[in-house]
Design a protein around this ligand. Structure first.
Ligand code: CTP
Length: 405
């Protein structure tokens, strides 16, 4: 594989020597592109000896070979380690005043950055905004780790370890298929996930126990099977979205309240082939959200609630030609017969092509990595069942969708 390793000016550059060495040892062709500043930490001679290729920082060398564009276009993978706050800011803005900047603009290969800087610089709103911009653009961020920093301080900002950078970067490329393949290739799908939160005041909300895992599994399964996925995520647990954020065929949009989700889903559904509403949408919201925190001294509080729009019914009403619409239902039921009966009734009430029904309770259905569902379609019968990991249930859902289409 043709790998470009960009090095910007931080003391962690000495650790990048190990990154380059590991890649070369694994048989990859590595070209190092340092910034001028970084040469104060590790010099050209070291990079040339380790990568076994000439090294330059300038856009004006090898002009005849158009080296500045060639590196970017030939690259199968670009790693920037260490990525300083300055280099991240330049990347976010698309500035190309050195060979690294030009290479980054010329490439369509996956880009991995390993930030390294003082905690205060990492925490700064500007750096965080730049990281968000880069992530949204598909850049994969490794680290930074929390630990001792130059100057005796400690905190987040330490560059990830070389073996971690290499492992994550290679895994990223291996995950990226040449061209979409799979039984959902060519389809555009929209999936909602997570639980909406309806604000009461600046610190409180009405929420639910949805972790978002099942909806994210539905999105990942579709993307791995070749579809382009628009994932609309309400609140999800911890790192549930991470894999989806880095999937080359998934675009993630956040929608935190039922109203935001309604707008996002209606916009995304237009022109898509399949819509899956896996989000747990709050059925009610507070019409008059307090601008200040409601306090005990205010006395007894009564919340007036109004019903939220039923997003799924709205999507069915505005359904595009040939579009397949799938809903989820979380039901408490005494037994299997009651679960089926509730599922069949809800399928008809929502007007969807397919309803995935799962049983929930205090100990069942939430936060877990496993799930069990039955599928009801327009024949008003249970046509399939799936039990196992949330990914297995997601794959069964797509099998059922394909049978319908
Ligand atoms: N749903 C929706 N908009 C809402 C509520 C639910 O789009 N305001 C969707 C969910 O995403 C799910 C399906 O409708 O796909 C069923 O959700 P569920 O909560 O089981 O149904 P409800 O209509 O809320 O019915 P219930 O009275 O059983 O709560």
């Amino acid at each position: 594989m043709f790998v470009v390793v960009g090095v910007s000016g931080g003391i962690a550059a000495y650790k990048t020597v190990q990154v380059v060495r590991a890649l070369v040892t694994n048989g990859h062709e590595v070209h190092v592109v340092p910034t001028e500043d970084s040469l104060r930490f590790v010099g050209t001679a070291t990079w040339e000896a380790i990568s076994r290729h000439p090294v330059t920082t300038s856009v004006h060398d090898d002009v005849a070979e158009v080296r500045h564009v060639a590196l970017g276009t030939q690259a199968d993978l670009v790693i920037v380690a260490p990525a300083t706050a300055n280099t991240l800011a330049k990347m976010a803005a698309g500035i190309s005043d050195n060979l690294l900047g030009v290479t980054l603009l010329a490439t369509t290969a996956p880009v991995v950055v390993a930030p390294a800087m003082h905690t205060a610089m990492w925490d700064h709103a500007a750096t965080q905004a730049n990281i968000t911009t880069l992530r949204d653009r598909g850049v994969y961020v490794v680290g930074p780790a929390d630990g001792p920093l130059t100057g005796g301080d400690s905190g987040p900002g330490r560059m990830a370890e070389p073996d971690e950078i290499v492992a994550e970067a290679l895994a990223l490329v291996e995950r990226e298929p040449e061209a979409p393949a799979g039984d959902l290739a060519g389809l555009t799908v929209v999936v909602s996930t997570g639980g909406t939160r309806e604000p009461i005041d600046p610190v409180r909300y009405i929420g639910n126990r949805s972790s978002g895992k099942q909806g994210v599994a539905v999105a990942l399964a579709a993307a791995d099977r070749g579809a382009y996925v628009h994932l609309v995520a309400a609140h999800v647990d911890g790192s549930v979205l991470d894999t989806a954020l880095h999937h080359p065929r998934i675009a993630v949009e956040r929608a935190l309240t039922a109203a935001e989700m309604d707008t996002a889903m209606r916009a995304a559904a237009g022109g898509s082939d399949v819509v899956v509403m896996a989000a747990a949408v709050a059925d009610f919201s507070v019409p008059e959200v307090s601008d200040v925190k409601i306090r005990k001294e205010d006395g007894t509080v009564t919340l007036d609630l109004i019903e939220n729009p039923d997003i799924l019914i709205g999507l069915v009403r505005e359904r595009g030609a040939g579009q397949t619409i799938v809903g989820f239902a979380a039901e408490t039921a005494a037994d299997e017969a009651e679960l089926q009966e509730r599922g069949i009734r809800k399928r008809a009430r929502k007007g969807v092509d397919l309803l995935a029904v799962n049983r929930v309770g205090w100990q069942q259905g939430f936060e877990s990595a496993r799930n069990a569902v039955l599928f009801v379609d327009t024949s008003d019968q249970v046509t399939a069942r799936a039990e196992g990991s949330k990914r297995a249930v997601a794959d069964a859902l797509w099998d059922a969708v394909l049978r319908l289409r």
